[in-house]
Write a protein that binds this ligand. Structure first.
Ligand code: BGC
Length: 971
């Protein structure tokens, strides 16, 4: 080997070396949005890297990249490329071929001319990039089944010889159904419920596994177990239906073995495979799994197993062009949760409490008699001490395990998942011990990227609930709920939650996949975005505002949060088709005022059985969203340099806004239907013509929020907007007041009721502890948790001011009595942070700006123009007087008191206590809200026992300790 060749080989030591002398190091190199770039579907994956710089004010001036082959030899090297881009930069090398593996390393130069060290090499390997690469065929067991009900899970197996010198082996595999693959008796990979759920008719994901270490010289065996899953299990609304995508389960497996001598071999599914039934007697996502361990076939996925009594398989034809590599991570087991209590219910049943509403399944470790069956039923809540399964509707959520009886047995179902906090166990040999049972949390294994905490424990719990609801509902696709007979990709839910999701976890790859499904389904429906994606509803899709607008808004959110203009490019046709479709519906009037709408779904005033009965006119919602989507489409066209479309859709948006204003807004700024949601839409979507209208609308919004006693008055549409709308008109205090409300309906009410996830309804659990009687009562729906995005941007103060947080808008807004808050986000450029603490009349604000980015910081209490800062850590400390309330007295008006939560709560509590008789018949706070212009003294004159009450009220107001005078008065 020549000297030159030698220098082109990246040595192990070199790649591992971390040179202390470097001031700038590259901490990660990524391909597209992959967490793990094995088996990627892109021949030209874009690259991103993050940088750690010892010095502040670091900006990139240029970068260089090298690609090495699996032999460690340099394949290609770029020039030094003058560019400040470090996120999703174009692939600079020749496109990857199928199976090709490269190690890429990057180094950068700062504007100071100093280079970084080379990054550690990052591996990327392409999957099978085109249909002809597959020599496998889908095979299905050659038997007949009664597919009107769940069938035993088939096992498929095949033996093959391997000779010495395996260099590399990859298993490319997928199924019609869900599968678990085994090689020589070992489970392949650590994902569950593969291949996940996509719009199977259009896109079916395959997985790529590195199985090099599982092969051995001689005879080997490859096996797979198949379950009904989304493919042919129960799916849909009103009980759903079976066989949505087909009635035969099938496996497609393609094992490629490369030998050190340069030869290779393929083992693929074909007619020589064998099939049999195994221990899984039935499996269904809604209903659970039934497993009889006596029917296990020890060694079935190992070589030398006697399969003479197995049956053959037959081919199933399917268009392999639908196969795609995943763009996000698979579903995995991410946590084990230990029971916090095991109790006996009033009716004598054993109930296990895991202390957390979660999504996954149970893992048992048990010893007992052969043939004994353990039954596990799951539920999110208890009612009167018993498992409450009514909210699950027809989902049985029941797993059954029949023991082998030969010692300690461990079991966890494979092909199902449940949403539960409680499990009822029946048939357990002896008493259930806490260490014998675990809840296994399962969801798409996204990287956590966002955190928020503050001085108010109830808010922290609310935040945790949002995180848990995201975990539970990001299982392969973004679902509405994870527990009842539904679990569908409701478009409206993710439309409102996407900004929060993108902050909490790296959701880019996950949502990119879902959007590809959305586009495919929409295309099949002539431009209409179905209510759910994948679309499994039997009815013809019809458009609905705020739901279908996911087609435009979700890609826009991804662009904003991840600086991914590729997603705009990929989705542009879908975005445009949606807006064009609505434009046609609206016609000349530019008002979308016909047809079905979900409207402000689950407005708290809607009766339990009519969740769409909102106070806001659904057509106000529809036209507002029409304007919003047209505007965002115009902006997206601008980003993509499609100038004609940019002009066309921005013009359309302006026309829709005019039409909205003419039809629904008075010249002074009152908006139909005079509800919080209507004003929030008008303010946040820029639907008002001038500042005067905005001012007036803002005032009216606060009036409404206040006269509602700072209880929430919005549903799915208004809730994500209300706090921003209030802040946009300078009413931060009102937003905080709404946020800190604990009485029903409010964000914190569920927390006070012990919620550990976000509920579907504001009152999924009623104040008396009973479950809401509506037949749509989930305890795990993320939509109303969209407020977390406001916590991040406003309370914490971290918002993107340029795509991908290249420029940060840092504007923390203390309020609500909070004395501290801290928000952190792993942006595409690295960790950004804002933390503030108020103590002893001072506020300290600490802001961390990632390398290669800048920030505009507006400090609390200052109206000054923002301070422009560069990368690094910045700290300010200065005297600070947070929002405070003056002393209150009997001369205070009820309006003044309402805006002062501490005083208001004290007054209402006192009146309730003193006049308990009256309080039994009348809601004291509503009564007071109806007379909010009166002073407390005037109210007293209308109440019985006024003298006694006056004394009590004086005492509680003085006890607020707002001034010395107050202290004096108490004596
Ligand atoms: C779902 C919602 C969804 C809604 C549409 C419900 O059944 O759970 O979250 O958006 O239907 O109206």
């Amino acid at each position: 080997m020549s000297k030159a060749e030698e220098s082109d080989i990246m040595t192990q030591q070199e790649s591992k070396r971390i040179d202390e002398a470097w001031n700038v190091t590259i901490t990660s190199v990524r391909f597209e949005h992959h967490r793990d770039a094995l088996g990627v579907g892109e021949a030209r994956p874009r690259l991103s890297w993050t940088i750690a710089a010892l010095a502040a004010e670091w900006y990139q001036a240029s970068y260089e990249m090298e690609a090495y082959g699996s032999d460690g030899r340099l394949r290609e090297r770029t020039e030094r490329i003058e560019s400040d881009q470090s996120v999703l930069v174009p692939w600079p090398f020749v496109p990857l071929l199928s199976r090709e593996c490269l190690a890429v390393r990057v180094r950068v130069w700062g504007v100071d001319g100093q280079p970084s060290a080379w990054s550690a090499p990052a591996l990327v390997e392409a999957g099978l990039l085109s249909p002809p690469e597959w020599t496998a065929h889908f095979v299905t067991p050659d038997w007949e089944e009664d597919t009107s009900r769940s069938q035993p899970a088939p096992l498929l197996r095949h033996e093959f010889a391997v000779h010495a010198g395996v260099a590399k082996a990859r298993l490319y595999v997928t199924a019609l159904g869900v599968y678990e693959a085994y090689l020589n008796g070992v489970t392949v990979g650590d994902s569950v419920l593969d291949p996940g759920w996509t719009s199977y008719d259009h896109r079916l994901c395959y997985q790529t596994f590195d199985v090099t270490g599982l092969l051995h010289e001689g005879c080997n065996a490859l096996g797979a177990m198949l379950g009904d899953g989304w493919y042919r299990g129960r799916l849909g609304l009103e009980g759903g239906r079976r066989n949505t995508y087909g009635d035969r389960l099938a496996l497609l497996a393609h094992l490629e073995i490369d030998y050190a001598d340069g030869t290779s071999e393929r083992i693929v599914t074909e007619e020589t495979w064998r099939a049999s039934h195994g221990p899984v007697l039935a499996s269904d996502l809604y209903d659970g799994e039934t497993y009889d361990a006596r029917l296990e076939r020890p060694g079935w996925s190992k070589p030398a197993y006697d399969d003479h009594d197995w049956v053959g398989v037959r081919r199933i034809e399917r268009n392999l062009a639908t196969l795609v590599a995943p763009s996000g991570p698979p579903v995995r087991r991410t946590e084990l949760v230990v029971p916090i209590a095991i109790t006996i219910s009033p009716s004598g049943r054993t109930i296990i409490d895991f202390g957390q509403n979660l999504v996954g399944r149970l893992r048992l470790t048990v010893q007992g008699e052969v043939g004994q069956t353990i039954t596990l039923r799951h539920a999110e809540v208890l009612e009167r001490g018993e498992l409450c399964t009514r909210p699950l509707r027809t989902a049985l959520a029941t797993d059954r395990y029949t023991l082998r009886g030969d010692g300690v047995e461990t079991w966890e179902p494979r092909f199902t998942f449940h949403g539960f906090r409680y499990a009822e166990v029946e048939g357990w040999p002896g008493d259930v011990q806490a260490d014998a049972i675990r809840a296994v949390v399962c969801h798409s294994d996204l990287e956590r990227t966002g955190w928020f905490e503050c001085s108010e424990p109830l808010l922290n719990q609310l935040y945790e609930n949002v995180v848990w609801s995201m975990r539970g509902n990001f299982l392969s696709i973004p679902t509405d709920c994870p527990q009842r007979d539904e679990r569908l990709g409701w478009t409206g839910d993710i439309q409102v939650f996407a900004p929060t999701a993108c902050f909490l976890y790296d959701s880019a790859g996950f949502l990119t996949s879902w959007l590809a499904d959305l586009a495919a389904e929409q295309n099949a429906a002539g431009g209409v975005v179905p209510f759910v994606v994948p679309n499994v509803l039997p009815t013809l899709p019809i458009p609905a505002a705020a739901w279908g607008d996911a087609a435009v808004i979700v890609p826009w959110v991804l662009y904003q949060r991840y600086s991914d203009d590729g997603i705009l490019m990929a989705q542009f046709e879908s975005m445009r088709a949606w807006v064009d479709r609505i434009e046609k519906l609206a016609g000349e009037s530019h008002l979308w005022n016909t047809g079905f709408q979900f409207g402000d779904w689950l407005d708290p005033s809607a009766p339990p059985d009519r969740p769409g009965d909102a106070r806001t006119d659904p057509h106000v919602v529809a036209t507002a969203y029409f304007a919003r989507s047209a505007e965002l489409l115009g902006q997206a066209a601008g980003v993509l340099g499609r100038t004609e479309e940019e002009a066309r859709y921005l013009r359309l948006a302006a026309r829709v806004r005019e039409a909205f204003d003419a039809e629904y807004v008075t010249p002074a700024g009152r908006v139909l239907s005079d509800t919080e949601t209507a004003y929030a839409l008008a303010l946040q979507f820029g639907l008002l013509k001038n500042d005067e209208q905005r001012r007036h609308a803002g005032q009216r919004l606060v009036e409404l929020v206040r006269s509602n006693g700072y209880h929430i008055g919005t549903g799915f549409v208004g809730t994500p907007l209300i706090c921003d709308a209030l802040c946009s008109v300078g009413e931060d205090n009102a937003a905080f007041h709404l946020l800190m409300q604990r009485a029903c309906p409010s964000w914190l009410y569920p927390v006070t009721m012990g919620a550990t996830t976000i509920w579907e309804r504001w009152d999924s659990l009623l104040p008396d502890g009973s479950v809401n009687p509506g037949d749509m009562t989930s305890f795990n729906h993320y939509a109303l948790g969209a407020v977390a995005d406001w916590l991040h941007r406003t309370v914490g103060g971290l918002a993107p001011a340029a795509p991908g947080y290249r420029h940060l808008a840092v504007r923390p807004q203390p309020g609500g009595g909070l004395t501290s808050a801290r928000v952190r986000h792993l942006t595409p450029y690295g960790l950004a942070e804002c933390a503030w603490t108020i103590e002893a009349g001072y506020i300290e604000v600490v802001v961390v700006v990632p390398p290669n980015t800048t920030a505009s910081v507006t400090l609390p209490g200052s109206d000054a123009i923002p301070i422009e800062v560069s990368s690094g850590t910045h700290r300010w400390a200065y005297p600070y007087q947070g929002p405070s309330h003056p002393p209150r007295s009997l001369d205070s008006t009820l309006d003044e008191l309402i805006d002062d939560p501490e005083a208001w709560n004290a007054v209402v509590r006192t009146i309730r206590q003193q006049l308990s008789g009256l309080a039994r018949h009348t809601d004291i706070s509503t009564l007071m809200l109806q007379n909010s212009h009166m002073t407390l003294e005037q109210v007293l004159s209308l109440l019985p026992q006024a003298d006694q009450l006056r004394l009590a009220l004086k005492a509680v107001l003085a006890a607020l300790g707002r001034s010395d005078i107050a202290q004096e008065r108490i004596q």
